[in-house]
Design a protein. Structure first.
Ligand code: SIN
Ligand code: FE2
Length: 217
């Protein structure tokens, strides 16, 4: 157990809340690293700008996305997949920043998934009103590796369900510096993000960013 001090900083050991068998919420785990993570996001988007991708069904996603790492997650009329090349630039995705790797290592170890080395990171940008409907992360080749998800900026309501789309998801408030890790029996859990409430965050303004680090290849 731990608490936050007056400034919302984590004090003592990380607070660890089980969301399901195999899934934990580590509140405030990366508050201190947040400025470095946001700077690293700026470095990524200088080379691979945010874009609104198209679903296979022809809808434009409200959440803007980009990637870094050896592979990037994509959706277009042809389907969902990973690709080593950014279709917008024709170039390889930017490298996974060292700050991302460090956080992935620390969070996965704290969640009980030792030895996790991500090779891909999807970077999501939420504006007020944008949402991510319930889905599974299942385009990765290897489901033995967990997903490490880092929240930055405005708070969001994270929906975390079960292995079936019809399992009613529970709702969790995710704040700046929180990390969710899911793997093992929860690896294919349905999850999503409720429409973002408007607000102003000292480090991101009217935005929320999310990093999901994966072993895609
Ligand atoms: C995702 O499922 O890709 C993102 C989850 C989040 O934004 O918290
Ligand atoms: Fe996801």
């Amino acid at each position: 157990m731990s608490t936050r001090d007056l400034f919302g900083e984590q004090v003592g050991a990380p607070e660890c809340e089980a969301l399901a068998d195999g899934a934990v919420l580590l509140r405030g785990l990366v508050v201190k690293e947040a400025p470095a993570l946001l700077r690293a996001i700026n470095g990524v988007i200088a080379r691979a700008p945010f874009r609104n991708m198209i679903t296979p069904g022809g809808f434009t996603m409200s959440v803007a996305m980009t990637n870094c790492g050896r592979a990037g997650w994509l959706t277009d009329r042809k389907g969902y997949r990973y690709d080593g090349i950014d279709p917008e630039t024709g170039q390889a995705w930017p490298e996974l920043p060292e700050a991302f790797m460090r956080v992935a290592r620390r969070a996965s170890a704290a969640a009980g998934y030792g030895g996790f080395v991500p090779d891909a990171c999807l970077v999501n940008r939420y504006e007020p009103g944008t949402r991510l409907s319930l889905h599974q992360d299942r385009n990765e080749r290897d489901f033995t590796a967990p997903i490490v998800s880092v929240s930055l900026g405005l708070p969001a309501v994270f929906l975390f369900g079960g292995a079936e789309r019809s399992d009613r998801p529970r709702r969790y408030r995710l704040e700046h510096g929180d990390v969710v890790v899911w793997g093992g029996p929860a690896r294919l859990a349905f999850h999503g993000v409720a429409p973002l409430a408007d607000g102003e965050h000292p480090s991101t303004g009217r935005l929320r960013f999310n990093l999901t680090m994966r072993k895609a290849l």
